[in-house]
Structures are given as C-alpha cells and as structure tokens.
Design a protein around this ligand. Structure first.
Ligand code: TYM
Length: 379
C-alpha cells in the first residue's frame, strides 16, 4: 500500500491518535528510530532457531538500541521484556500483536515479561471512571494470559494497585523531567490536567523496574506499536543519569482498520474486530472489509486483485503463520483465481479459530490472575 505524495506529507502518529496514511520509513526517520537490518534479524534467527513471522514479514520493523539486547543474547546475560496496555475498552486484534510477539520472545529466550496496565492513564485522559479502568485492566489481563503465558513468564502490574513498586522510581524520573519537555514531547497544552502531565513518569518507570527487582543492571526490550515511542525516547534520555541501562525498543506497524484506515482503533467499533466479538459479528465485519479486489467478479477473474491494497491480505500476514497459505492467497488473488468472498471466508475461519482459543483460555484464566501479579512474586 504505497501512500501518495500528498498522503505521505499528511500523517500524524502520537500515543493518542493516528491520522492519515502512515509512511513507515518516513515515520522512523522523523522519530529517529532505526529500521531493523538483515544482520540484526540474522542474530535473532541464529539464537531463536527461526524468525517469528511478524519479523519475517516486516511487521516489526524498527527499533531503538536493539544492539544492547542482541549482545545480551550473544553473551547470555540477563535481560527482560516490558510492554503494556491502557485499559479503557475491550481488546481488538491490533492490541494483541505486540503481545503475541512478546510471548514468542519469552519462549525462545527464556526471558520474563513485565506488563503494565495503566488504569491511571486512562482515567486521566479519557472519560472513564477509575473503577471502570481498573475493571478493564483485569478483563484485558485475561486475554493477555490466554495467549499462553506461564506465571513464571509474566509479571502483571496494575498501576493503581502496584504503585508502591513504581513510585520511588517515578519520583526520580519526575525530578529530571521538566514541564516543557513533557509538553513538547506529548503535545500537551496548558489546559491538560496535572495527572496526565505526571503520568509519563510511570510508563517510563517500568523500564527501570527489572533493575531494581533483580538488583542487577537489567536491560529491557519493549515490543510495542510505534505510537508508544515518545515515552521511551524520554526513558533513554534519562536512563544513564539515573543509573539504569537505556531501555531498547522494537516497534510494529499498525494493524489497519477493516475500512482501511491506518490503525484499528477501539474508538471505531464497526471497523475493528474485538477479541470478544461473537462469530456472526466477526463474519459480518470481515465480509464488509475493504479489499483490493476488482469491482466485478468478471474483472477479478480477468485482471486479478491487488493484495498490496487489501486489508484482508494484511490480516493474513498479521495472523496466519503458515507461509505457504499466505503465498497461495497472494498468487491466487493476483491471478484472479480466487474471489474476495472466498478469500474472506478463509480469513474468517482462521480468525475465528484464534478467537475461540483465546476465549477458552480466558475462561481458564479467570481464577488465576493472582498467579501472574507482580506482587505475588516480588515482595
Ligand atoms: P494501548 O492500550 O493504546 O495499546 C496497547 C498496545 O497495542 C498497540 N496497538 C496496536 N498495535 C498494532 N496495531 C494496532 N492497530 C494497534 N493498536 C494499539 C499499542 O502500540 C500498544 O503497544 N500507554 C499505553 C500502555 C502502556 C504501554 C507500556 C504500551 C504502558 N506501558 C509499554 C507499550 C509499552 C497504551 O495506552 O497502550
């Protein structure tokens, strides 16, 4: 999906909003993050024995300071993973992409994931009560656990409940951050509430927490959507001054909305597939998705479709591990030997299978969230 010149010049990515068609190369340049290189991928592949399909297919595509983690991997020294969620609504398929990747990293490299639920953040910046944000934190945690994490792999932090682990770090971070830096980094105006202005210190603090808990300098790798980069740019600027290793990040592109907008977003329900959508709803949403198909069946057969411009094909890339199936879909679409309806049906079957597993595992996780809580394991 190559953006036009006009589109390239008119997009915006912040932790709260993604507008326009994102040119990911240009975004990497603007943010000052590096594109993942072949040689970096080779190191991961050599040590993991394979590359996750999200790496192979370029969904995870950029980073800050990945070389620190690669050298931990090569020298077999301790590192940890960190990511999170601002719980204000049900999860959609886009949210779980960084978490699926994190699970793979946990399995392949024997590392632990520190996961922050920022119920405080959502209370401060959205029209949602503290109680509801906290309830969503627990609900969203079920889906996270449903991805297959073992309690030894996942340490769950709920900001409003686990603040004791973060507050001392956050104070040190806060003392180094000026109001003008926070305003400039996040685009806050003077009408922003002071809680929202303080909040970034908490998202930054978790990047330093493993060093405190393990009592040894522990570099972290943060898999996330690239919209979260402003927090970690600040974290890297402050780390050394505070005696912590600079956190490293690895960023994914966005899973698009069903209607083709750049980012699937919980604020536009008809354009997103939710983990808890029932099968009839999932079918309806997929059947209405934007495709790269021709306007008529005859033209599709004669001219073939355009997978590069097709949301359905992007979902195959994001959620179907099987390379041979994904290649077949691409070829058949190009040659016009598959129609959009048939292709959507195949995608529907794969997505529904994934959602069924998540729903079953969520049920099993219901009484077990405490086993994953940071506070159960680190006193
Ligand atoms: P939140 O809840 O907005 O998003 C959670 C994670 O999902 C990613 N994401 C997507 N990735 C791909 N395609 C999409 N359509 C899509 N939509 C969302 C986000 O980039 C993010 O990685 N402030 C954070 C919570 C947080 C956090 C962290 C996130 C706290 N600590 C550390 C990442 C890393 C937030 O509100 O995320």
């Amino acid at each position: 999906m190559e953006p036009s010149k006009a589109e390239r010049e008119s997009f915006e990515v912040t932790p709260w909003e993604v507008r326009g068609r994102v040119d990911y190369r240009k975004l990497a340049e603007t943010f000052g993050v590096k594109l993942l290189s072949e040689s970096e991928l080779k190191v991961i592949e050599r040590h993991a024995g394979e590359l996750h399909y999200l790496l192979r297919r370029g969904f995870f595509y950029a980073h800050r300071g990945l070389e620190t983690i690669l050298s931990c991997i090569e020298q077999k020294t301790r590192w940890a993973l960190y990511t999170g969620r601002g719980p204000s609504a049900d999860l959609h398929l886009g949210h779980i992409v960084p978490w699926m990747f994190a699970k793979w990293l946990c399995d392949k490299f024997g590392v632990e994931l520190f996961f922050e639920m920022t119920d405080d953040e959502k209370f401060l910046i959205r029209d949602i009560s503290l109680e509801d944000a906290n309830r969503y934190a627990y609900d969203n945690a079920l889906t996270l656990i449903a991805l297959g994490f073992k309690p030894s792999q996942l340490h769950l932090i709920v900001d409003t409940e686990d603040i004791g682990y973060l507050y001392r770090i956050a104070l040190r971070v806060a003392k180094c951050l000026t109001l003008s830096t926070v305003k400039h980094t996040f685009g806050f105006t003077d009408s922003m509430n002071v809680g929202a202005v303080f909040f970034p210190t908490l998202q930054i603090s978790v990047a330093f927490l493993p060093t405190e808990l393990y009592r040894e300098k522990t570099p972290v790798l943060i898999p996330a959507g690239i919209d979260q980069d402003p927090y970690f740019r600040l974290a890297r600027d402050l780390a050394e001054k505070l005696g912590y290793p600079k956190p490293s990040t690895i960023y994914c592109k966005f899973i698009p909305a069903l209607t083709g907008e750049e980012k699937m977003s919980a604020s536009r329900p008809e354009t997103a597939i939710y983990v808890l959508d029932d099968e009839t709803t999932v079918r309806r949403k997929i059947m209405n998705a934007l495709t790269g198909g021709q306007p008529t069946r005859e033209l599709q057969r004669r001219l073939g479709g355009n997978p590069e411009n097709c949301v359905v094909y992007r979902y195959f890339l994001a959620y179907v591990d099987d390379d041979s199936l994904v290649c077949k879909i691409y070829r058949d679409c190009r040659q016009g030997s598959i129609l959009c309806g048939e292709c959507k049906q195949i995608l529907f079957e794969h997505i529904v299978k994934l959602l069924r597993v998540l729903r079953e595992n969520r049920e099993k996780a219901k009484d077990r969230v405490w086993e994953y809580r940071l506070s159960t394991k680190f006193k």
